[in-house]
Design a protein around this ligand. Structure first.
Ligand code: HEC
Length: 140
């Protein structure tokens, strides 16, 4: 009896491991797919803050630290306009002047490149944020 139930537990654990492995495989496939969403809008039409920019902050951990780190919160457009201790994180219409672009570049003007500790934003992803800023940083 004890052996049989132990076998059942073992089978359950193995099935669980298989299930988890399947889940991981799915997760490994989905990031490129979701990354294609924001990237595909960078060139053409309007970039949406909610649909294209916020998911980047989520995916790259900005949210996790910037619920106030250095005074910066990244949850809303208003938060970004208010910025952190070095001033506004975005200048609508001017991606090149926007702190968020400078801080995610390989040569930040102060401190470390964001996200702190990486992995860093590929140019294609930074371009999405840049396009959104240059389109007026709308709360869309
Ligand atoms: C692991 C924590 C961490 C993560 C993740 C992180 N940051 Fe930061 N961030 C910091 C710290 C600490 C500072 C202050 C030190 C510095 O400037 O390097 C900072 C500073 C900044 C500043 C300057 C704020 C100011 O006014 O001084 C900006 C802008 C910024 N981060 C943007 C981002 C963005 C955008 C992301 C996501 C792509 C990100 N950070 C991810 C920790 C983090």
């Amino acid at each position: 009896m004890a052996t049989a139930s132990r076998t059942r537990v073992l089978i359950a654990v193995l099935l669980g491991a298989l299930f988890l492995a399947g889940g991981c495989t799915d997760m490994g496939v989905s990031p490129p797919a979701s990354a294609a969403g924001p990237d595909s809008t960078a060139g053409g039409g309007g970039v949406s803050f909610a649909n294209n920019v916020l998911p980047i902050f989520d995916r790259y951990g900005c949210y996790g630290c910037h619920g106030g780190t250095n005074g910066l919160v990244v949850g809303t457009v208003a938060d970004l306009l208010r910025g952190g201790i070095h001033g506004p994180a975005i200048v609508p219409g001017k991606a090149d002047s926007s702190l968020i672009m400078k801080k995610t570049s390989p040569t930040p003007p102060f401190g470390d490149r964001m996200p702190l500790g990486g992995p860093y934003l590929p140019d294609s992803v930074r371009a999405v944020i840049g396009a959104w800023i240059n389109q007026g940083a709308k709360d869309n």
